[in-house]
Design a protein around this ligand. Structure first.
Ligand code: NAD
Ligand code: USQ
Length: 382
């Protein structure tokens, strides 16, 4: 297949591009490297230093089975995006290219407006381009489990059957997103659903949980291919962050009581899920939603696991319950369906002590680069 991967320079996009390329697909990555600019804005850096997009692309071209091309294009630039799609003519577009940090979107009004404009305009441009240029192409869009929030009933995969006043319908599952960033994903989902219905486009919305892990078989093939490793308060996410904190002898930063429960997925499964979605495209006019996570954990349970594995490595990682900077429920029901990707053939890499050990060891390897002053949360929701 010919697969265009937007956000192909990012944490999920880069390993996905390499994985699909090694499977023999023709790959184009598209990224304007905004994420590297946000690092500069915030004074942070990937813990494992990453090569420039040009350098890592050149290195991968030596290993790629099919063609492998990189485009430096902004999703908000309709003409440039349209030219790229017209030139590459993809069978599938995997769309990762958004501002993905909840804390970044909550810094202030400017960052909230930026996040929603960047994400919603980029996706809208893509939808119009697909309609005009590649109407049969399959859009594989990264959504988020956070779109659903934490309702007091089971979470379904995108839709819920409702019986009301003697009538029944299957409707989009109610959305209660917890940040301006998560809201942008909800707006995207609505725009994509409308486009599928109106223009007969085919789309899969992958509501992904929090991703953990750093390296894949492909990113390990050469030091220049190393994946980015975020751990700071803005772009770092729960499990990876706890592992770096352990390596840095910093208390593990559990927000509030830690009862917040979320869906989690190993990066190795992220890349496989994208492959499964691409191999099994949505039908024309179909807006399909898959919940892309493999296990549910509370934040406290994860911190406890990291504490134990760190202990085995001779590191005493104390757990600290901080005042929660976010407005979110810390004690709630959480049970979400995730069978659709399993039905397509996903065999999950479940969280093991070995996985945690590997992340801690990678963090130890770069211990001198850890910026301790970027760990504690300062961005608050209220
Ligand atoms: P990332 O920030 O590492 O990568 C996103 C990439 O998109 C960056 O390289 C950035 O430069 C690029 N980008 C952003 N705006 C762009 C624009 N206007 N034009 C061109 N490129 C642009 O993020 P990630 O962790 O790889 O996440 C990828 C996607 O997966 C996001 O849509 C995110 O919402 C979703 N997701 C991520 C996680 C996670 O835990 N990382 C979980 C669920 C969903
Ligand atoms: N948390 C802590 N301590 C930390 C960091 C986070 O207790 O040091 C808590 C948060 O309060 C939250 C939970 O852990 O309850 C998850 O937070 P996170 O920062 O790991 O992840 P989140 O903000 O939800 O965002 C991440 C990605 C985002 C993706 C989302 C998937 O950055 O792109 O959409 O995970 S989901 O959470 O399913 O919506």
């Amino acid at each position: 297949m010919r697969i265009l991967i937007t956000g192909g320079d990012g944490f999920c996009g880069w390993p996905t591009a390499l994985y699909l390329s090694r499977k023999g697909h023709d790959i184009a990555i598209l990224d304007n490297q905004l994420r590297r600019e946000w690092d500069r804005e915030l004074g942070i850096e990937s813990l494992a230093p990453i090569a420039s997009m040009d350098e890592r692309t050149h290195e991968w071209q030596k290993h790629a089975k099919g063609s492998f091309t990189a485009y430096s294009v902004d999703m908000r630039d309709y003409d440039a995006l349209a030219r790229t799609v017209a030139q590459f003519v993809p069978d599938a577009i995997v769309h990762f290219a958004e501002q993905r940090s909840a804390p970044y979107s909550m810094i202030d009004r400017e960052h909230a407006v930026f996040t929603q404009t960047n994400n919603i305009v980029g996706t809208l441009n893509l939808l119009y381009i697909m309609k005009e240029i590649v109407p049969d192409c399959h859009l594989i869009k990264l959504g988020t489990m956070g779109e659903y929030g934490t309702p007091n009933i089971d979470i379904e995969e995108g839709y819920i059957k409702i019986a009301y006043k003697g009538r029944e319908d299957t409707l989009p599952y109610p959305k209660q997103p917890p940040s301006m960033y998560h809201l942008s994903k909800v707006h995207d989902s609505h725009n994509i659903m409308f486009s599928c219905k109106s223009w007969n486009l085919r789309a899969t919305d992958l509501n992904q949980g929090v991703v953990y892990g750093i390296q894949t078989d492909e990113t390990r093939m050469h030091p220049v291919l190393v994946n980015r490793f975020d751990y700071d308060q803005i772009f770092g996410t729960a499990l990876n962050r706890f592992c770096v904190e352990a390596a840095a002898d910093h208390p593990l930063t559990v927000y509030g009581s830690g009862g917040q429960t979320r869906g989690f997925i190993n990066l190795l499964d992220t890349v496989r899920c994208i492959e499964l979605a691409a191999q099994n495209p949505a039908a024309p006019g179909e807006f399909r939603v898959f919940n892309q996570f493999t296990q549910e954990f509370s934040v406290s349970a994860l911190a406890t696991k990291v504490h134990q594995v760190a202990g085995d490595l001779g590191i005493s990682a104390e757990i600290s319950h901080l005042r929660n900077p976010r407005v979110e429920s810390e004690k709630h029901y959480y049970h979400a369906a995730n069978t659709k990707l399993l039905d397509l053939g996903l065999t999950p890499h479940l969280l093991t002590d070995e996985t945690i050990r590997e992340i801690i060891k990678l963090a130890l390897q770069y211990k001198d680069n850890i910026q301790l002053d970027h760990i504690m949360p300062t961005v608050t929701w209220s």
